[in-house]
Structures are given as structure tokens and as C-alpha cells.
Design a protein around this ligand. Structure first.
Ligand code: PLP
Length: 448
């Protein structure tokens, strides 16, 4: 282990960081940056530690947005596999010719994704592309045009997936019209929903309300149910605030969708691959979706890779959809090794879940601005409110906590309107997790 604690030599942003940030803003498209982004210029990284250009060392509780689940810079077994594969084959037009590597990855993915039915895979390079493919598969195979998606969801930023996204209006600013035909409905957020139901106390009531909403307000007033191709969902909403729905939600949603012949598309781009203690987050809810999309962690932080795994009978005809980099041999080898390593980490994630659950529950008891704590495995959301009764969002405190943590050597990311997500690499040790949770509490205290 290269470090055993964060080392802050100069308050971030240090002099070198300021220089890089200035240059970055001169050269890189502004839209990729949120003005509230942390002034963190990462030069290198090792294990769960990020080192900035001023030689500050931070503990990472972000996994670089759920990508570096295996830590940094590259898991040694992945690095070995890459080096070996580079001398054999990296790219050879996987969508025009054949190669054994993508077949091996497809065989692995179709065998581990839930569902006792035949499956096929489409490979791409990112989450948004994986979802674009899911949109096309749903429309083409059902010949239906409409989609249902949830308020608070994030499915990407290209025009199709953007139309499904509903986490922040800025994503859609001046881009109207996106793909028509998407109806957004409330997500069963136990803490904050349109009916004021306490979904932790009354999960069934909350789930029923959501499904009644779709049935009555959507199918009886807006669009015919038999023209809906698919419902897109995140098993736990990520960008929208790390919102965990009631346990029975997806089971009920599945029954509801089956009644109308509507497909279920499970976007596991942020929550998939071990993050929740199961390989796929939907396994926590005991449901087999018709289509699952993956990206982010799939390439182990070494290579960009997306995948859409779908029921075999939904398959498209030749020429209908394709790309250049799909079936990239090197990417396939990385993902195979990654899945093998991730499997060996699932038990550890389940054990660390207890630590996070306990410590964050204590935090909620101690600090009145912490309104809600929710999560599974190593995916935790902490929502800040000005007042526990009114639940008014407190994004200022949230931002202060993120910055106070950075000053103390812990890197965090916000999500939703006033939440913070804690998503350390799955390789984190208990000792490192405790260091991070201690700093997090200090930051919360400082921000109160
Ligand atoms: C759930 C989910 N779906 C899709 C995407 C889009 O992925 P990408 O940024 O790789 O296009 C994201 C990105 O944050 C995501 O969290």
C-alpha cells in the first residue's frame, strides 16, 4: 500500500493546479464542466489514492464516477492481460469481421446477466451508446414508438438517451426537440415523492401509487399502452441522487409491463458490475429485465466499453445498427478479466455495506442537515436539507461538505439537487473505508 493517509501539502487548488485549470478552460469545451466541479488536477493514482499536480494525496470515494471500481491506475491483472493482448490483436473491425474475443465476452455476459432465456450482445463505447442501442432494439423489435422513463433518471446525453434523461433541465437546454415519444413518470423515491408518502414506512403504497399513475394518468389520458415499446430505468438512480426504490418495485413493474407487452430496459451503466454487492444491481430486486445496458466500470478504467445485452428474440436484422469499435478485441479481453476480478470482490462489498450503513446512520442521528441516507453495497447517497420537516434542498451545505472533504484529503462527488454519493473503488480495505468515513464526518461537521 503506497499511502496510509491523505497528505495535503497545499490547500487545493495549489499553484500548479490553478495553472492547469486555467489552461483547461481555455482549451476544453466548457459544457463538460460544472462550475461546482472540484479544483482537482489528478496527475497519477495508485490503489485508492489520487495524487494531484501539487503532490497532494487524496483518498478516492468516487471511483472516477463508478468507472475505476478496481482502483488505479490499472489493476495489475488487467494490465498484464492488456500487454499480452496488445501483441496478439487490439482492433480488427469487430463489426465487419469476426474475432474470438468478443464472442468470449458475449458468452460470459449472457451467462451472468439475469434471465433464463437466450440472449445476445451489442458492443459499443459508452453508456449513452449502449442506451441508444437499447432504444433501437426496443422500437424495432416491438414496432412500438413510445417510451416510459422516470423523473430523476439519467441515461445519457445523445439525442435519444437525452430524451429519456430527466435529472436536470440544463441537460436539455436549447436542444428541443429530442426524440419524441418519451413520457416521464415519478420514480418511487421513498424520501421525496409527489404524494408525500414515507416510502420507508409504506413501500407498497408508494409502489402502487407509481403504477396507478402510469395506468391512470398515462395510459388512460395520454397514450395507448399497446404502443409503448419499453420502460427505461436505473435500478438505483445515480446522477439523480442515489435513490434506492422499495424492494418490491421492479417485481411489480415487471408484472405491470408484462400485462401490456412492454419491455423492461435496465440501465446498469452506473450501478452495474459489483457496485451494490451483486454483479448487477437488479439482482437485489429479483427481476430479469429484457435488456440490460452496461458501460463505465466494464472497461475497468483502462478502456472505454459499452454493452447492450438483450433477449435473443428481440434481435435486429443485418445492417439495421452497427458501429466501428464494437467487438474491439482488446476491450473484450479487459472486460473478461474485469468480470473475473469483480466476482472475487462481491463478498468484500457486501461486508463493507454494513460499515457504511452503520456509520452513515450515526451521521444522520448526529447532524440535523442530513435528511436522508440510502444505499446498497458501496453505493451510498446522503441528502442534505435545510430542515428535516420541510425537506428543502440544501445544495450549499452539500457543496461545502464536498469542499471541506477535499481540503482534508477525501474526494467526493455530488449528485441530485443536494446529495453526495460515496462510491469508493470496490478494492478499498476496511481500514481505508474507515479513514474516508471519518473525514466525511469531519467535513459534515465543518459544514454545519
Ligand atoms: C445510469 C447512466 N446511464 C447512462 C450514462 C451515460 O454514460 P456515458 O457518459 O458513458 O455516455 C450514465 C453516465 O453517468 C449513467 O450514470
Amino acid at each position: 500500500m503506497p499511502y496510509d493517509r491523505p497528505i495535503i501539502k497545499v490547500e487545493p487548488p495549489g499553484p500548479k493546479a490553478r495553472e492547469f485549470i486555467k489552461k483547461h478552460h481555455e482549451l476544453i469545451m466548457t459544457s463538460t464542466h460544472d462550475p461546482e466541479n472540484l479544483p482537482l488536477v489528478i496527475e497519477r493514482a495508485e490503489g485508492v489514492w489520487l495524487v494531484d499536480v501539487d503532490s497532494n494525496v487524496y483518498l478516492d470515494f468516487t471511483s472516477s464516477v463508478a468507472v475505476n471500481n478496481l482502483g488505479y491506475p490499472t489493476h495489475p491483472e488487467i494490465a498484464r492481460a492488456i500487454n499480452e493482448q496488445l501483441s496478439i490483436l487490439a482492433h480488427a473491425a469487430g463489426t465487419d469481421f469476426y474475432n474470438p474475443y468478443q464472442v468470449a465476452l458475449a458468452e460470459l455476459l449472457t451467462s451472468i446477466v439475469p434471465g433464463e432465456f437466450g440472449k445476445k450482445v451489442f458492443f459499443s463505447n459508452s453508456g449513452t451508446e449502449a442506451n441508444e442501442a437499447a432504444i433501437k432494439i426496443s422500437r424495432y423489435s416491438t414496432n412500438r414508438k413510445y417510451f416510459i422513463s422516470f423523473i430523476g433518471s439519467f441515461h445519457g446525453r445523445t439525442m435519444g438517451s437525452l430524451s429519456l434523461t430527466a435529472s436536470k433541465p440544463v441537460h436539455k437546454k436549447r436542444f428541443y426537440m429530442t426524440m419524441p415519444g418519451v413520457i416521464h413518470v415519478p420514480f418511487p423515491n421513498p424520501y421525496r415523492n409527489p404524494w408525500g408518502i414515507d416510502g420507508y414506512e409504506h413501500p407498497r403504497e408508494l409502489v402502487n401509487r407509481v403504477l396507478e399513475y402510469v395506468e391512470y394518468w398515462v395510459f388512460e389520458h395520454q397514450i395507448p399502452a399497446e404502443e409503448v415499446a419499453a420502460v427505461f430505468f436505473e435500478p438505483i438512480q445515480g446522477e439523480g441522487g442515489y435513490v434506492v426504490p422499495p424492494k418490491n418495485f421492479f417485481g411489480e413493474l415487471k408484472k405491470f409491463a408484462d400485462k401490456y407487452g412492454i419491455l423492461l430496459v435496465d440501465d446498469e451503466v452506473q450501478m452495474g458490475l459489483g457496485r451494490t454487492g451483486k454483479m448487477f444491481a437488479i439482482e437485489n430486486f429479483g427481476v430479469a429485465p429484457d435488456i440490460i445496458t452496461l458501460a463505465k466500470a466494464l472497461g475497468a478504467g483502462a478502456i472505454p466499453l459499452g454493452a447492450t445485452i438483450f433477449r435473443r428474440d428481440l434481435d435486429l436484422e443485418p445492417g439495421v445498427h452497427s458501429n466501428t469499435f464494437g467487438g474491439h478485441a482488446l476491450a473484450a479481453v479487459v472486460a473478461i478479466k474485469n468480470i473475473e476480478i469483480t466476482r472475487s470482490l462481491l463478498q468484500r462489498v457486501a461486508e463493507l455495506e454494513k460499515l457504511f450503513c452503520e456509520r452513515l446512520a450515526q451521521l444522520k442521528e448526529r447532524y440535523p442537515l442530513v435528511g436522508d441516507v440510502r444505499g446498497l453495497g458501496l453505493a451510498w447517497g446522503i441528502e442534505f436539507v435545510k430542515d428535516r420537516k420541510t425537506k428543502e434542498h440544501d445544495s450549499k451545505t452539500r457543496n461545502r461538505v464536498v469542499y471541506e472533504a477535499l481540503k482534508r484529503g477525501l474526494v467526493l462527488l455530488g449528485c441530485g439537487k443536494s446529495s453526495i454519493r460515496l462510491i469508493p473503488p470496490l478494492t478499498i480495505t476496511e481500514e481505508q473505508a474507515k479513514i474516508g468515513l471519518d473525514i466525511f464526518e469531519e467535513a459534515v461537521k465543518a459544514a454545519h
